[in-house]
Ligand binder design. Structure first.
Ligand code: TEU
Ligand code: CA
Length: 581
């Protein structure tokens, strides 16, 4: 049965059929032995990526940066950070990917620049100069004694920094060396569009856009008077999904993105259903897809990410269901379970130890069975767990280090904080790629910029590829199954047993065939009630097993007879609905 709505996506777009792989260049592969991953190192691994079956890569920022936020503080948009290589190394890498039929999207970080960027250095010196109004400068209250308002930075503390040279405060929603650009200034937009077109003229295939839904601020910069948890970020209602956001993005579409071969996916923290439909709706002429963060906040308390709360499979299922169904036929989803800002899904959502293999494959089944474009994060394809550092000195991430320092100042216990950080820190996802069990995991011949993950000698690509039960090979199987099964990438989503406390179960319906997906997100056996399947299924249907992460080759007669599916810990199955004429 064809779901009318998803036929809206019939028009071929390379990025709708693509499976993306996100590379964090600083931690992927070091080719020159300085402990920092680089572009030549990525090029060496193209065969590994090609064999996996992916179609495109997203590179986190590789532009010159003082690395206060490791690349998300850019000091020059039209160059390559010498730590990663020369500009020629970039064009050679791009050509090498394209020669293998793989697309490349870059990271566009234009909500803010580094305070080392020439624009900012000129802006603070020449308020009436050409860049005087490129940033958000405001006088403080009480003749400058107080910040212009009570907004917080995402990395802790105030979102305002006083600059004695300019005699004013500038806004920084992130680290104080990341000054927010003033998008209300048409010159700023013009410059950004020129830079984007310049990169497209270099041959790239698209952009992942950093916090793109924060570029428009409420120009009256009011205080946030909500009664919030002390850890919560004040100000968000005045800069997330701001007043001119859609005007700016429509202009960007006109000036840069109208060509259908160009892909634009926006990272939009705090974007709800209506926001995502407005930002990436089919007829909106803004973005092609949006990374929304709701699933990533499943374990966030009222205080946000550092206020960790337990979560249930039924909550996970509910969030998945809502987003798949609300966007159906209206906006194309961008799906991910891990990225460079989140603890790794394997350790966060499943069992990275006793059921390491099963859990890794189970999460891959969920990611690769959803409608939308899937993004695999480096290391997921071999079941890399969290880095799991034990000492604060192992951490490099400014967000983590700021949280630790500020909470220590507030007298919180060090071990309690280390426990929270060990679970939630972004560095859990930024430790070097574990290629083998040799010193420094085959990532580098010298000590890396950040320590290796704690278990790299047991969990690494070399061992996984040699293993009888290889996570990499499960990803290959699931990627090729997805590519030949329209229902997985384009089907309509129907939840099954959505209140099950262990199982994520859903159908994907498509004219080319219907499929049933079960994923046990618990370390205990779970039962799937086949009788609870949608009664819209045709009379006398049966099922055939297409995939299981256990040595299961078929549904047992007993299960079909009893209508009960026995799922072992972290077992995941993909079943094809078969209707005999
Ligand atoms: O992330 C935006 C974002 O929402 C996360 O930073 C989140 O707030 C974070 O985990 C803090 O809790 C983007 C980039 O992905 C991130 O790496 C950058 O640090 C950030 O923007 C600023 O550029
Ligand atoms: Ca290097």
């Amino acid at each position: 049965m064809q779901n009318k709505k998803n036929s809206n996506f019939a028009e071929k777009k390379w990025w709708r059929d693509a499976i993306f792989y996100q590379i964090y260049p600083r931690s992927f592969n070091d080719s020159n032995g300085d402990g920092i991953g680089d572009l030549e190192g990525i090029k060496e691994k193209i065969p590994y990526l090609k064999d996996l079956g992916i179609d495109a890569v997203w590179l986190n920022p590789v532009y010159p940066s003082p690395n206060k936020d490791y690349g998300y503080d850019i000091s020059n948009y039209q160059a390559i950070n010498p730590e990663y290589g020369r500009f020629e190394d970039f064009t050679e890498l791009l050509d090498a990917f394209h020669d293998q039929g793989l697309k490349v999207i870059m990271d566009l970080v234009v909500n803010h620049t580094s305070t080392e960027h020439a624009w900012f250095q000129d802006s603070r010196r020449n308020p009436n100069g050409p860049y005087g109004d490129f940033y958000i400068w405001r006088d403080g209250k009480e003749s400058g004694a107080e910040t212009p308002n009570n907004w917080n930075s995402f990395f802790g503390g105030s979102a305002w920094k006083y600059d004695p040279l300019r005699g004013q405060y500038y806004l920084h929603l992130f680290e104080e060396h990341q000054a927010d650009l003033n998008w209300a200034n048409p010159k700023v937009r013009e410059e950004v569009f020129r830079i984007m077109n310049w990169w497209f003229s270099q041959g790239i295939d698209g952009f992942r856009m950093d916090v793109i839904n924060m570029i428009s601020k409420d120009n009256s910069f009011p205080d946030d008077c909500r009664d919030l948890d002390e850890l919560a970020i004040k100000g968000t209602p005045y800069f997330i999904n701001g007043p001119e956001l859609h005007t700016y993005l429509k202009e960007m579409w006109e000036q840069v993105l109208s060509d259908p071969s160009k892909f634009a996916v926006g990272e939009c923290p705090g974007a709800g259903f209506e926001d995502v439909l407005a930002l990436s709706g089919l007829d909106r002429k803004e973005l092609d897809a949006v990374f929304q963060m709701e699933l990533m906040e499943i374990d966030h308390g009222n205080g946000g990410k550092w206020d960790i709360r337990p979560w249930k499979a039924s909550e996970f299922s509910a969030k998945l269901t809502r987003w798949q169904q609300v966007l159906e036929g209206r906006a194309w989803p961008a799906n991910f379970l891990s990225n460079h800002d989140q603890p790794r899904a394997l350790s966060r959502l499943a069992d990275d130890d006793e059921y390491h293999f099963e859990s890794s494959a189970m999460l891959a089944v969920i990611l690769l069975s959803l409608t939308g474009t899937p993004f695999i994060y480096y290391g997921e394809e071999i079941g890399m767990p969290n880095a799991d550092f034990t000492s604060i000195s192992d951490y490099r991430d400014i967000d983590t280090l700021n949280f630790f320092a500020l909470e220590r100042e507030r007298g919180r216990d060090e071990n309690e904080l280390l426990k929270i950080i060990r679970y939630m820190s972004r560095d859990n996802a930024r430790s070097p790629m574990q290629w083998n069990g040799k010193p420094y995991g085959g990532f580098s011949s010298t000590e890396p910029w950040i320590p290796m993950g704690r278990r790299y000698t047991q969990i690494n690509a070399e061992q996984d590829l040699a293993a009888e039960r290889s996570v990499y090979k499960e990803y290959q199987k699931l990627i090729s199954l997805r590519k030949k099964t329209a229902a997985l990438g384009y089907g309509s989503f129907e939840p099954v047993e959505s209140d099950h406390e262990q199982l994520i179960a859903f159908m994907k319906r498509h004219q080319q065939g219907d499929y049933l997906i079960y994923a046990n997100m618990s370390g205990r056996n779970a039962l799937g009630q086949l009788s609870l399947l949608p009664d819209s299924l045709p009379e006398g249907f049966t099922m055939e097993l297409e995939y299981s992460n256990y040595k299961r080759t078929t549904l047992h007669e007993q299960e079909l007879k009893d209508g009960i599916l026995n799922l072992r810990p972290y077992e995941a199955c993909i079943l094809r609905i078969v209707v005999y004429p």
